[in-house]
Design a protein around this ligand. Structure first.
Ligand SMILES: O=C(O)c1ccccc1NCC(=O)[C@H](O)[C@H](O)COP(=O)(O)O
Length: 247
């Protein structure tokens, strides 16, 4: 697909309603928050779910009490697209995360132009000033950055930025192995002021409860949710809530 020219993208981004404050939503009091992901396939697991209607899946997540919807927009490895982001934006009113390997200003602007409120910035993929520059651009656009880390050194870089939302990914992006113990170890190096998000490999409420005990305010879940016959109910189940409490 041909890339949209920059001036057109700037115009489209400016025409969007203001970005929703995802950090505030995730920091709000109450039970653990869920960032629910639209994920068709992955490098670690291959095909996960067909998801013919990503907007319907996202609407189910929202109805089940998700706080943020994550949409993978990377095509080759995850089967996602910006069209998925557009469709989900049309349908849900909670904050929307563009989940992709974002390394350029163009991609950040593109996220805003397609209605995203949050952009993923992976510390390991953004050396030197690149992280700070993109982080600043995200703020300038009124958006929230989900700054993702996997070890103590990356945690310090995220903390130095003053990031309000920091994700600790249990999945090593080089080996694709998931190690749940990473969260507790790395989160100990993050400031109390940041919303800490536990990411990847979460299979049920027991995992979530463990992360909450270690300081997580939110969890980001893909595979487990896309494989459920009732994704709405599954969001409440992960949060350890009864059907009445879930929404
Ligand atoms: O999911 C993968 O295999 C993967 C591999 C390499 C880079 C990123 C990858 N996933 C992106 C994500 O961040 C996850 O989709 C997200 O944390 C949810 O993970 P899960 O609940 O395990 O599906």
């Amino acid at each position: 697909m041909r890339a949209t020219p920059m001036p057109e993208l700037v115009e489209r981004a400016a025409a969007q309603p203001s970005a929703l404050d995802a950090a505030e939503v995730l920091a709000a009091p109450g039970p653990v928050k869920v960032i629910a992901e639209v994920k068709r396939k992955s490098p670690s697991k291959g095909e996960l779910a067909g998801i013919p209607d990503p907007a319907a899946l996202a609407a189910a997540y929202e109805a089940g009490g998700a706080s943020v919807i994550s949409v993978l927009t990377e095509q080759r490895r995850f089967g996602g697209s910006l069209a998925d982001l557009d469709a989900v934006r049309e349908r849900v009113s909670i904050p929307l995360l563009r989940k992709d390997f974002v390394v350029t200003e163009y991609q950040v602007l593109e996220a805003r132009a397609h209605g995203a409120d949050v952009v993923l910035l992976i510390v390991a993929a953004l050396p030197g000033n690149q992280l700070r520059d993109l982080f600043q651009q995200v703020l300038d656009l009124g958006m929230t950055a989900l700054v993702e880390v996997h070890d103590e050194t990356e945690a310090l870089r995220a903390a130095d930025l003053g990031a309000r939302v920091i994700g600790v990914n249990a999945r090593n992006l080089k080996t694709l192995e998931v190690d749940p113990s990473v969260f507790g170890r790395v989160a100990a190096h993050l400031p109390d002021t940041a919303v800490k998000v536990a990411e990847s490999g979460i299979t049920g409420p027991g995992d979530v409860a463990g992360y909450v005990a270690d300081g997580a305010r939110a969890v980001l879940v893909g595979e487990t949710l896309v494989k459920q016959s009732s994704p709405a109910a599954a969001v409440g189940w992960l949060r350890g809530l009864s059907a009445q409490e879930a929404v």
